[in-house]
Design a protein around this ligand. Sequence first.
Ligand SMILES: [Zn+2]
Length: 270
Amino acid sequence: MSAPLIDIGINLAHDSFDSDRAEVIQRAAAVGVTRMVITGSSLPSTRAAIELVRSDPQRFRCTAGVHPHHATDLDETALQELATLAAQPQVVAVGECGLDYFRNFSPRPAQITAFRHQLDLAVQLRKPVFLHQRDAHDEFVTILREYSLQLVGGVAHCFTAGSAEARAYLDLGLYIGITGWISDERRGLHLREVVRTIPAERLLIETDGPYLLPRDLNPKPHSRRNEPMYLPHVLQAVAAARGQSPQELASVTTRNALTLFGWPAPAAEV
Ligand SMILES: [Zn+2]
């Protein structure tokens, strides 16, 4: 029997879960995914995530942030509300925040400003950061280095880059979150090498549902929607790539998540 798992990146407030969220939570629990950190990626999704935590504080925590895609939304008023939301006790990290130069849905200067505001907020609140980066590694790391002495921790969520990028994040003291991307035979094969180079004490696992359904699930759900019940699949893939037992990886990644997010372990697990 493996340790219970924590999905540290699940967009559970997403409307694709509106019709069957309770079943999604039950299916996850049935395979040992007993806790989740719900991603807040905009003000509305952060508000919804906080409500979900209030509905089941044993099972959930959440983040409060504005994704780089929505960076232009983070005006002065929005920033004040984000600060209020991020200070709530249900919120264990600021983000998801960062830079995404792959899609550039928000202009780069707006992304940088929004990222810096959220790093400032994390420093003020003494909460870790939940980070998103795509095609923007150099600028992202340059900004993070300015904050590295002040930040209390963070995770590079949905890590998909190479060994040099992983090294840079580890040097910044960050955890690295691995998703089902590792199962993608077209663009994830390199990750199987990279995860071998990450110390177990810095690894986290996540689904990023409803996105990033692992491509090698068999059978695949008709909906193509990813959900937390597939986290053990990510665990298996990471464990296989590292040549490590899934049980061992389960207990260390769960411990890492509890440590990073300051989430007390239930007495039975200590
Ligand atoms: Zn992301």
